[in-house]
Design a protein around this ligand. Structure first.
Ligand code: GDP
Length: 485
């Protein structure tokens, strides 16, 4: 039972060093207090300032969230399209509405990013639930909800783009003077990975001077934008205080915010207990193929080359051993075991690796067990059971001891980011050829921002944003991307 698991570790471990608050009903969301027990070591703890700011943010969410008088009035003003000159209203409530979209990995990165922005700017976060969100995640805030109420006055949020008249792009475009924040019922910020130069000026925005006049900020993003916030002079001091170590921003945000519902937690724990728990070591291999859903030999070769060169999987030998020890003797001799968790839409890679260790003995005598929870064949994001499996698999990857991921994949970023693991990243193949080298160890556990700004906020001109501060660098898997280290 959850309470038994809770009792196993110390209370401080279960609450991850003050990241989480006690007081939620454990039965409605078992993962919240027991997921820490499934990890060998807590990679990072939150600092005191982050803990304090989280508690303040929770109070803000309760004061301004759905069901409060403040929310009702703010939504009414928005619905009647009265402009925002009233500012944040009497209660001082301002909102960030996030429209997450694309695959589940994308959406999880978006939620963590938007939460950090809400925290930095004193806004309550509300998330557009789409088809499946409420079935995947527990409420992160006690005594309130982060789900955008269905009667929210702006409809078809999924259709908003930077083209909208209310967009930030439109506000800052110098060839369209005259529109001011105060004239608009809301401001829409487009942070799609393919957004424009003007959209990305948002990353240089100092909310205190400009956007604070917008009580409603609507945002869509499909990625992880904190690296860009760390480049904005307006937030640097506060971010330094919140995160003295810059390499675990996602780890802390995700463990604070993204708790699997009991249904998903069941998928996670049953698989873990059946296939991963009893091995001496656990290796995760995340296979994400962007060239199509059919099997590719060059990708299997890449997995084998990477795991062999980096000594993540044992070599196999042709020769059967001259004597086979009796099972009891083998166990007594302490044959080590390694569980390999493979994830992917296709089962062909898994079948091949598994056969390899069935057909031949390992050179070291290590017993290798290869497992893959599902093979969905095609991406069906938005369908609840499909998304539940995707979430369970990202979590299971995070419970391994070492992880190999596919470059460019946000699914992989979530797996290693939640796990507190710096992955071995397999480079994205070009021209259907195995890259050489096949993979490389990443410098940090942080996700990569795919659509970064190329602009220096201080001097107001183009710049190599991977060279401006020591803790924001280009990613291993995408030369123009940015990640925290
Ligand atoms: P990305 O496209 O690799 O950046 O990751 P996303 O998670 O954003 O989108 C890919 C989607 O395809 C996932 O959310 C799943 O719906 C599906 N998918 C891709 N790989 C896997 C996998 O290994 N397991 C499962 N269950 N689904 C996957």
């Amino acid at each position: 039972s959850p309470s038994m698991m809770y009792a196993k570790g110390s209370k401080r471990d279960a609450l991850m060093g003050g990241l989480l608050v006690p007081g939620f009903d454990e039965r409605t969301c078992a993962s919240r207090y027991s997921s820490a027990m499934y990890r060998k070591n807590t990679a990072r703890s939150p600092c005191g300032h982050l803990v304090k700011r989280l508690r303040e943010q929770e109070a803000l969410q309760r004061r301004c969230g759905p069901g409060t008088a403040a929310y009702r009035r703010a939504a009414e003003r928005l619905g009647s399209r009265r402009n925002g000159t009233a500012g944040a209203g009497d209660e001082g409530c301002k909102y960030l509405v996030l429209v997450p979209y694309r695959g589940l990995g994308n959406r999880m990165l978006a939620m963590a990013s938007a939460f950090l922005y809400a925290l930095l700017t004193g806004r309550a976060l509300l998330v557009d639930r789409g088809e499946s969100l409420a079935d995947l995640f527990c409420e992160p805030f006690h005594g309130t909800s982060w789900l955008l109420p269905p009667e929210f006055p702006i409809k078809n949020l999924q259709d908003l783009t930077g083209e909208a008249p209310e967009s930030y792009r439109n506000l800052v475009q110098s060839d369209r003077p005259g529109t001011s924040v105060s004239d608009l019922p809301y401001v829409f910020v487009d942070l799609d990975h393919g957004c424009t130069y003007h959209d990305k000026l948002f990353y240089c925005d100092d909310e205190r001077h400009f956007l604070h006049r917008a009580p409603w900020l609507l945002m869509r993003t499909d990625g992880y934008f904190p690296p860009a916030l760390f480049l904005n002079p307006a937030y640097q001091d506060e971010l330094d205080r919140l995160f003295p170590r810059k390499d675990s921003v996602f780890y802390l945000l995700a463990h604070y915010l993204l708790h699997p519902t009991n249904k998903v937690w069941g998928l996670i724990t049953r698989f873990y207990d059946s296939y991963l728990k009893d091995s001496d070591e656990r290796l995760g291999i995340q296979v994400r193929v962007f060239d199509g859903d059919t099997p590719f030999k060059h990708i299997l070769d890449q997995i084998t080359a990477c795991t062999s060169q980096e000594r993540l999987l044992p070599e196999v030998v042709e020769q059967e051993p001259s004597s086979f020890p009796a099972p009891a003797a083998a166990a007594a001799a302490g044959a080590r075991s390694k569980a390999v968790l493979m994830t992917g839409l296709n089962s062909w890679y898994y079948e091949n690796i598994r056969s390899r260790y069935w057909q031949s003995p390992t050179a070291t005598g290590v017993v290798v067990r290869v497992h893959q929870p599902s093979h969905e064949e095609h991406q069906l994001s938005g369908s609840t059971t499909h998304d539940m499996k995707a979430m369970a698999e990202m979590y299971l990857l995070s419970m391994t001891d070492a992880i190999v991921t596919s470059g460019w994949s946000t699914f992989g970023y979530v797996g290693h980011g939640l796990g507190g693991l710096s992955p071995w990243v397999m480079f994205k193949p070009e021209n259907l050829t195995t890259p050489d080298p096949p993979c490389r160890r990443a410098v940090s556990m942080e996700p990569c921002l795919h659509g970064p700004p190329f602009y220096d906020c201080r001097v107001k001109r183009g710049a190599d944003t991977g060279k401006m501060v020591p803790h924001v660098r280009h990613c291993e898997d995408m030369s123009w991307g940015l990640k925290l280290v």
